[in-house]
Design a binder for this molecule. Structure first.
Ligand SMILES: [Zn+2]
Length: 374
């Protein structure tokens, strides 16, 4: 049954917080909606932080033509939600996620066959994968609608190189779908990718925070302050590397990511290709691998001029951001990108985003995000 408008707005806000908390999304790049009648739904606004949304910022949209009430712009993916409500009368709550494994396995464009009975009960026997379209485009909207129409039993859609759309009867059901979908995707992932090889412990490159002309570097629980500019002859190599990065980028935070997947890709020597939209937006296009970064700080820093991550051969990656939470968002999408890379590599799948599609997304993100920061 459709929600009352008050309840719908509350549930959408609650779902936004839950999506961020459970890591189903990084930043506010998802969208959530709830049906309030046969003709209308409410949806998250465009570009506002999920953690602080208020009911008056949730926008009421007409299903028939996507016109909306008030001055706040609804999510640019409102058309996808409108189509889903049009096509599925039983659907009352929709979440769009960037969940890790389901997004990673979507890169090959294949449907996901559901094995387990419990997963099948919630998801149906197949989860289709919609063809790629850049976010907010008619191409993406059409591809998702086609996947919904041609798979009437499926309660979710994978969105190639992007994420998922979970079509719930209500709030609880939508999250149950997301959770079961991740479970089913993990089964598929582990069938394709063998267990990661055990890797030696990486050297600690430290994490640091810049304040003005100096930065505090933490390595193995030892915290020390260094100058960004000036002579670093007597400083440890980690400090020189961090100083070099600060001196040629505008970031204020650097962290060393050593997640297993990041370690595995950094050891493969492969460039991390643009496989997922949020990787490209938040971290950058073609994340390169630097050999012996501690002795080549200028090379590592040069790769961070227009990107927010660089892979360190056999040692993980450095992630940068204006704030600590930015750098953590980079780490999150990098880890997912590496998961996708390992999956693609095991399948010998060469699918990746086009360079211009990637470039546009990265530029739009950087511009939008820096505006939001101000
Ligand atoms: Zn998205």
């Amino acid at each position: 049954m459709a929600y009352s408008i008050t309840e719908a707005k509350e549930q959408v806000i609650r779902a936004g917080v839950k999506l961020v908390e459970t890591g189903l999304i990084a930043r506010t790049w998802g969208n959530i909606s709830a049906r309030i009648s046969d003709t209308q739904f409410v949806i998250t606004p465009s570009g506002l932080a999920y953690e602080t949304l208020t009911p008056d910022q949730i926008v009421t949209v007409n299903i028939s033509d996507c016109t909306y009430e008030g001055d706040i712009k609804p999510s640019s993916e409102k058309g996808i939600h409108a189509d889903a409500y049009k096509l599925r009368k039983e659907v009352n709550f929709i979440i769009h996620t960037h969940q890790e494994i389901a997004s990673a396995i979507g890169i090959d464009g294949c449907s996901l066959q559901i094995g387990g009975e419990e997963d099948k009960r919630v998801l149906g026997s197949t989860i289709p994968c919609a063809a790629y379209g850049m976010p907010s485009t008619g191409k993406l909207k059409k591809a998702v609608a086609t996947a919904i129409i041609t798979n009437p039993e499926s309660t979710a859609v994978l969105m190639k190189h992007h994420g998922t759309l979970c079509l719930g009867r209500d709030y609880e059901n939508a999250f149950e779908i997301a959770q079961k979908l991740e479970h089913a995707a993990k089964e598929q992932y582990t069938q394709v990718c063998k267990k990661l090889p055990a890797m030696r412990r990486p050297q600690n490159y430290g994490s640091s925070e810049r304040q003005g002309d100096s930065f505090m570097l933490t390595v193995d629980k030892t915290v020390k302050s260094y100058k960004v500019n000036g002579s670093h002859l007597n400083d440890p190599k980690e400090a020189r590397l961090h100083a070099q990065i600060y001196s040629c980028t505008g970031v204020n935070y650097i962290l060393h990511a050593v997640d297993d997947e990041v370690m595995a890709v950094s050891s493969s020597g492969r460039i991390l290709k643009p496989l997922l939209d949020d990787l490209v937006q938040i971290a950058g296009i073609n994340i390169r691998v630097v050999k012996d970064a501690l002795n080549n700080p200028a090379i590592a820093a040069s790769h961070l001029k227009n990107k927010n991550a660089v892979l360190l051969e056999h040692e993980g990656a450095l992630c940068t951001g204006i704030t600590e939470s930015d750098a953590k968002a980079v780490q999150m999408v990098l880890r997912k990108g590496c998961l996708a890379d390992l999956y693609a590599s095991a399948l010998h799948c060469k699918n990746q985003l086009g360079f211009f599609d990637s470039l546009i997304q990265r530029l739009v993100y950087v511009k939008k995000y820096s505006k939001q920061k101000k």
